[in-house]
Design a binder for this molecule. Structure first.
Ligand code: NDP
Length: 263
């Protein structure tokens, strides 16, 4: 196999991506489809799933709130049936959670952030790993953390806590699953261009009393390359990790962020 072939995921790879009707997950799903993978997406929003399927009729799809264990069980069973097994799990779904001082954070919002961002990872893993062990000889798992899983992030404590926890989960699981030839890595996106980041910047601007543009400039000054990354940059790294070129990479927390220096 030459180097360019090693950089492509194996055709027919069976891939499940959570939270993939839009944003980073959708870009990952589309990139795998372009690489001739067999892709199943799930998302909480039925109309967004319908739009994604209309755009890419080859996608398999199901509706699930990733924080709901029963719905995750159902979607994994459906994915197993439709894909005939599982090679790659991309645990992508996550929410921004509340912005504010710790004493001002609503406990229900804290719980929802932990449930959607962290418990969901476990709900998928507990069902997907046995299927990967049984059906795959090139299994891997990618968990979506964040630069907020590498640096402290004031006023976003529930989000940062979940994203650091994901790194601990990945590093521990890589040790546990290595002997079964299952690789486990985290990707830590930085500031990703798009509506979600605009919402995050707006919330932070409001909570600290500055304008949206001033807050956006502040974000860019913290990035060594002085630019945001794109959803395609994150998809590229996910495909690399699933390709033969990534076959010896496990237990890593890989930043794709232009080198965010501090938050
Ligand atoms: P989005 O906010 O665009 O959400 C992606 C999809 O996930 C949406 O379709 C969303 O549905 C869905 N979703 C939300 N909640 C749930 C749920 N409970 N169950 C199932 N699906 C759900 O996210 P991004 O693409 O921006 O982020 C993807 C991942 O990357 C997340 O884990 C995030 O923390 C991480 N990340 C993102 C960064 C960024 O700048 N965008 C930076 C660093 C990390 P709906 O639209 O209905 O909410």
């Amino acid at each position: 196999m030459n180097i360019l072939e090693r950089l492509k995921p194996r055709p027919g790879l069976r891939v499940l991506v959570s939270g993939a009707a839009s944003g980073i997950g959708a870009a990952i799903a589309e990139a795998f489809l372009e690489a001739d993978a067999n892709v199943y997406i799930c998302d909480v929003d039925p109309s967004a799933i319908a739009r994604a399927k209309e755009k890419n009729p080859k996608l398999h799809a199901g509706v699930a709130d990733v924080g709901n264990r029963q719905q995750v069980d159902d979607v994994i069973e459906d994915a197993r049936t439709r894909l005939g097994g599982l090679d790659v799990l991309v645990n992508n779904a996550g929410i921004a959670g509340p912005t504010g001082e710790v004493e001002a954070i609503n406990p229900d919002e804290w719980d929802r952030t932990i449930s959607t961002n962290l418990n969901s990872q476990y709900y998928f893993l507990r069902r997907a790993v046995p299927i990967q062990k049984e059906t795959s000889d090139c299994a891997s798992i990618v968990a979506m953390s964040s630069v907020a899983g590498r640096l402290g992030y004031a006023f976003r404590t529930p989000y940062a806590a979940t994203k650091w926890a994901i790194v601990g989960l990945v590093k521990s699981l890589a040790i546990e699953l290595g002997p079964a030839n299952i690789r486990v890595n985290a990707i830590l996106p930085g500031v990703v261009q798009g509506e979600r980041m605009d919402r995050v910047i707006a919330a932070r601007a409001a909570s600290t009393g500055v304008t949206f543009d001033a807050m956006k400039d502040e974000y860019l000054r913290k990035i060594s390359l002085r630019r945001m990354v794109t959803v395609d940059d994150i998809a590229d790294m996910t495909l690399f990790l699933a390709s033969p070129a990534g076959q010896h990479i496990s237990g890593q927390a890989i930043s794709v962020d232009g080198n965010v220096e501090h938050l």
